[in-house]
Design a protein around this ligand. Structure first.
Ligand SMILES: C[S@@+](CC[C@H](N)C(=O)[O-])C[C@H]1O[C@@H](n2cnc3c(N)ncnc32)[C@H](O)[C@@H]1O
Length: 211
């Protein structure tokens, strides 16, 4: 049976509401939207505006159907960011594919998006991204393994503890002069017996915004 992929995003929305954060005011950007029916639809009709980007044109019609209030763009999100796209959003979701991806496997997980995230933020934003804490079968994918080693700065970045990861990303954002106001993780998927996929939710804010 297909897993219900909306559960994690529903939980995120519930936790944000419990923090008195209303989704209503947000300008949202979903960088990897597919058909939008796994989890984007959960928050799409709650935010003020939403743009949903997806690389594959065959998903466009269903995206329009599933996210009737969204501006849909068929584009390479990572290339857009690399080319300097800098419109501002305050709710940014990166539901990227796992492993390496792209025509020449030039991209990996969220590693090519996060270095550009500050471009998309005016003052502060909620950023939601996938964390793969147990990449199963990674030994079969040398490029993936190398990219993870490079990104996390250690050999064998497997079964990383969630607290350690929260600390890692807090430091990571600081390098881009983004401080973390709060963060939390929400379980997403398991490949029994391993839990592997989590959402990380970070509220990050530009340091010295008014300087
Ligand atoms: C995990 S799925 C996203 C699921 C979606 N959030 C939902 O709720 O249904 C990842 C999507 O990213 C798309 N994708 C892969 N590379 C991309 C890129 N460079 N730019 C934009 N989308 C990309 C894939 O085609 C795939 O549809």
């Amino acid at each position: 049976m297909e897993p219900d992929r909306s559960i994690g995003m529903l939980e995120i929305c519930r936790i944000l509401e419990s923090k008195n954060i209303s989704l209503k005011k947000f300008k949202a950007l979903d960088l990897f939207a597919r058909k939008g029916d796994w989890q984007t639809y959960v928050y799409a009709n709650q935010v003020a505006t939403i743009e949903a980007w997806e690389i594959l044109p065959e998903f466009e019609a269903e995206l329009n159907q599933n996210l009737p209030n969204a501006i849909i763009r068929i584009t390479d999100s990572i290339l857009e960011l690399k080319n300097g796209f800098s419109n501002k959003y305050d709710f940014i979701v990166l539901d990227n594919p796992q492993n390496t991806f792209g025509e020449n496997h030039e991209y990996c997980e969220h590693f090519d998006v996060l270095p550009h995230i500050h471009q998309l933020i005016d003052k502060k934003a909620i950023v939601i991204f996938n964390i793969n804490k147990n990449p199963f079968n990674i030994e079969k994918y040398e490029k993936w393994e190398n990219r993870r080693n490079q990104f996390y700065g250690k050999e064998e970045p497997k079964n990383i503890n969630i607290n350690e990861l929260a600390h890692f990303y807090t430091q990571y954002f600081l390098d881009f002069r983004l401080k973390t106001n709060f963060n939390f993780a929400v379980f997403r998927e398991e490949c029994k017996p391993l839990d592997y996929l989590y959402y990380f939710v970070f509220e990050i804010e530009k340091i010295n915004y008014y300087d």
